[in-house]
Design a protein around this ligand. Structure first.
Ligand SMILES: CC(C)(COP(=O)(O)OP(=O)(O)OC[C@H]1O[C@@H](n2cnc3c(N)ncnc32)[C@H](O)[C@@H]1OP(=O)(O)O)[C@@H](O)C(=O)NCCC(=O)NCCS
Length: 160
């Protein structure tokens, strides 16, 4: 079965709460609420109806980099099955459909899993950085010290 991506529904929440990256932050509910308010899209990747992971497209016009692909979290047991690529591509299409010309993201420069993914999807570093004190999603293994400055990457949605 292939990976499918769709918006998170209320019926998904119990399972997503169990599998969130940092349960103590309760972000599944925060993000579901924000999605209802229209400031972000909250997407889930599934295979055979089994959630593999989630990601956000933040479209809040108050933010500095809009729209921003954020909080991608593929469950550790579900990795390397295409969920990260499917979530990114689906959310990019949502951005295109809304008339955005580019998508941004912030990544730990030592994130050796995500950077190859984003480079393969044509994201390029902008040279800008974002200070991150307490990451909402752990991007690097426990043996690696998280960076305090994430690199901003941008993908043009208009380039051919
Ligand atoms: C980064 C992450 C989202 C990738 O999700 P995934 O579902 O495993 O990724 P996919 O299966 O779609 O892989 C897509 C590409 O990513 C890259 N990639 C993924 N895991 C990798 C790894 N362990 N080492 C090197 N490259 C890797 C490869 O280019 C891969 O393509 P390939 O399988 O054709 O070689 C996942 O590892 C994760 O949730 N990490 C922790 C949180 C995080 O870093 N989020 C991103 C924040 S910016």
């Amino acid at each position: 079965m292939s990976v499918v991506v769709r918006l998170v529904q209320e019926s998904d929440l119990p399972l997503l709460r169990e599998r969130q990256a940092r349960p103590e932050l309760g972000l599944v509910d925060v993000h579901y609420e924000a999605a209802s308010g229209g400031t972000l899209l909250f997407a889930v990747a599934l295979e055979d109806d089994e959630p593999l992971g989630t990601a956000l497209l933040d479209v809040d016009p108050e933010n500095r980099w809009v729209p921003e692909l954020r909080n991608m979290w593929v469950y550790p047991t579900a990795r390397r099955r295409g969920a990260g690529r499917a979530l990114s591509s689906w959310l990019e299409q949502q951005a295109r459909d809304r008339g955005f010309q580019a998508v941004y993201l912030a990544v730990d420069p030592n994130n050796e899993k995500a950077i190859p993914l984003y480079v393969s999807l044509d994201y390029l570093p902008t040279g800008e950085h974002l200070y991150v004190e307490d990451p909402e999603v752990p991007q690097v293994d426990e043996s690696t010290q998280p960076a305090e400055h994430y690199a901003i990457y941008k993908k043009s949605l208009t380039a051919h």
